[in-house]
Design a protein around this ligand. Sequence first.
Ligand SMILES: [Zn+2]
Length: 214
Amino acid sequence: MYYKVAAQESKEPSTTRVVSECPFCQTKGTFDILSPKDLWLDRQAIAGIRYCPNQDCRGLIFFILTGKGLNIYPPIKISINREKIPGNIIKIFDEAVTCHATECYIASGMMLRKTLEAICEDKKAPGANLHQKLRSLSKLITVPNALIDSMQVLKLMGNDAAHIVAKDFEEIGKNEIEISIELVKEILKAVYQLDDLLEKLNKLRKVPNDASTS
Ligand SMILES: [Zn+2]
């Protein structure tokens, strides 16, 4: 968010309640006051610094509160479940999510495409290009058909993000990227996390797998 400062004065004491999710530890709460002074900008906005109420985190943030709402920096990222996902894949996906949080939507689209490439690489899906690799991948993994189809659409979106002239999407903006990130989360869950959940559930059963048929 861009805010042009014309005039400033201090606002004492710092009584503005900053209620938000923490960008570092995802704790939700009222951020603690660090300085006795906030800034009153153009008599329209309040800016200041706070820190996370989670004692294990205490991460420092900057906030600006305008008539349009609260903005905090670093920005809050879409949360992702990292469990069981290979490190190189989560690193690429995390970068896509960071790009989204900083409103770099085209860069995010490119990183989402790269996430799909990394999944194909990890599963050793053969093919001369990503289109073929995704088709091979669909035979190597068990995921719903809708997710298989979504991977091809995500690939087209990633292609448009990477090229000057877009072919398939009018725009690659906030909405397109948020839907795409949710889809990639579902793909990662289906490819890497569902088996693990099933295994955990089976371990909690009283009766072994093959002893119960009803
Ligand atoms: Zn925190």
